[in-house]
Design a protein around this ligand. Structure first.
Ligand code: KPL
Length: 310
C-alpha cells in the first residue's frame, strides 16, 4: 500500500518504522514522510521498550507519492491539522483515506468539504522524543473507525475501510476497528481534559494528580454532562474509572500539555477543553471548572506569545 505519514513527531515516527518492517511474506508498503519544511529524506531513530534500536532514512515530500497515496496517516498536533490537510487537499486522490491520529476532537469541522473518506483513531502507545531519538516506552492499542461527525453516506462508505485496521495491526499491534469510535474518542478526550491542563497547572507528572482528586471528580462530572447530551451512553463512574486508569498507567509521564507549556509552545487546549466547551455551549450547559482551567492555559499561552511574538 502507498502511504504518506503527515507529521513526524514521536507517533509519526513509530508508524513510519512499523510500516516499513513488514514480514517478508507480506507485500511491502511504500511509505514516505511529509514535513512542513520540505526535505527529500527524513531520518528515524527509535529505541523501544525491548531495548531494540531502529534507524532508517525515509523518502519525504515527494508529490507523486502523495498523489498516489491510498492512506494519509495524520500524526500532527490537533491545531496543525486543518491548515495542513486543507493545504494538501488538492494534491490528494479523492480515494485516499485520511486517518486522523491526534489528541482532542473538532478538527473535522474545520476541513473543507473533502471527498476523501475520513477516519479517526485513538492510540495509547506511549512514546516521546528527546535529542532526536524516539523512545517507545510501552505498547498500546489503536482504535479506528468512522465518526458521527461524518455525513451518513460517507460514514457507511468509511465502514468498508475496516480492512485498514488489519493492515495497520500487522505493522504496529494492536489495532482494532470500531463501528462506533466516538465513545472511545470521548473517553480519551475526558482523560486529556483532566490530565493535560491539571498537570500543566500543578507542573507535575500524571501520577501526582491523585493528590488533586476533588478537582479530578468535578472536571469528570462536567465532562460527563456534555457526553450525555452528545448521546454517549456511559455512566459518570465509567468516565472517572477510565480517567483514573489512564492516570495510573501513565503515572510517570509528563503530559504533552505540561511539556508544551514548559517549552513555551502552543498547546492543544482548543481541541481538548475548547472542544468540550463548544459542545457544552451547544447544549446550554455551563462548566465552571473546565472554563476556569481553559482560561488558565490560554493565559499561559498568551503570556509567552506576548514575550515571543512570531
Ligand atoms: O495523551 C496524553 C498526553 O499527554 O497528551 C496522556 C494520555 C495524558 C498521557 O500523558
Amino acid at each position: 500500500m502507498k502511504i504518506t505519514v503527515l507529521g513526524c513527531g514521536a507517533i509519526g515516527q513509530l508508524w513510519l518504522a512499523a510500516l516499513s518492517q513488514q514480514n517478508p511474506s507480506q507485500q511491502p508498503h511504500h511509505i514516505q514522510a511529509w514535513l512542513k519544511v520540505p526535505q527529500p529524506f527524513f531520518s528515524v531513530h527509535i529505541a523501544n521498550f525491548q531495548g531494540k534500536v531502529f534507524k532508517r532514512s525515509f523518502p519525504a515530500n515527494n508529490e507523486k507519492h502523495l498523489a498516489e497515496s491510498e492512506l494519509l496517516l495524520v500524526c500532527l498536533k490537533a491545531w496543525q491539522v486543518p491548515d495542513a490537510i486543507n493545504h494538501l487537499a488538492s494534491q490528494l486522490s479523492p480515494h485516499c483515506t485520511i486517518l486522523l491520529l491526534h489528541n482532542g476532537m473538532g478538527t473535522q469541522d474545520k476541513l473543507f468539504s473533502l471527498p476523501n473518506p475520513i477516519l479517526a483513531g485513538v492510540t495509547t502507545h506511549a512514546a516521546y522524543q528527546e535529542n532526536g531519538v524516539v523512545y517507545h516506552k510501552s505498547q498500546g492499542i489503536t482504535h479506528l473507525g468512522s465518526t458521527a461527525f461524518e455525513p451518513d453516506t460517507k460514514k457507511a462508505d468509511a465502514e468498508k475501510l475496516s480492512f485498514l485496521a488489519d493492515i495497520l495491526h500487522r505493522a504496529l499491534p494492536d489495532v482494532t476497528w470500531l463501528n462506533d469510535i466516538d465513545t472511545i474518542r470521548w473517553l480519551k478526550l475526558a482523560a486529556n481534559c483532566v490530565i493535560n491542563p491539571l498537570t500543566a497547572l500543578y507542573d507535575c507528572k500524571n501520577g501526582e494528580l491523585s493528590n488533586h482528586m476533588t478537582q479530578v471528580y468535578s472536571l469528570c462530572d462536567e465532562i460527563h454532562q456534555v457526553m450525555e447530551h452528545d448521546g454517549i451512553q456511559l455512566t459518570k463512574q465509567m468516565v472517572i474509572d477510565y480517567v483514573m486508569a489512564v492516570i495510573d498507567q501513565t503515572s510517570e509521564n509528563s503530559s504533552s500539555m505540561r511539556q508544551d507549556i514548559r517549552a513555551d509552545r502552543r498547546t492543544e487546549i482548543d481541541y481538548i477543553t475548547g472542544f468540550l466547551l463548544d459542545r457544552a455551549k451547544m447544549h446550554d450547559l455551563v462548566l465552571p471548572e473546565n472554563t476556569h482551567i481553559y482560561r488558565y492555559i490560554k493565559s499561559r499561552e498568551e503570556e509567552y506569545k506576548r514575550l515571543k511574538p512570531h
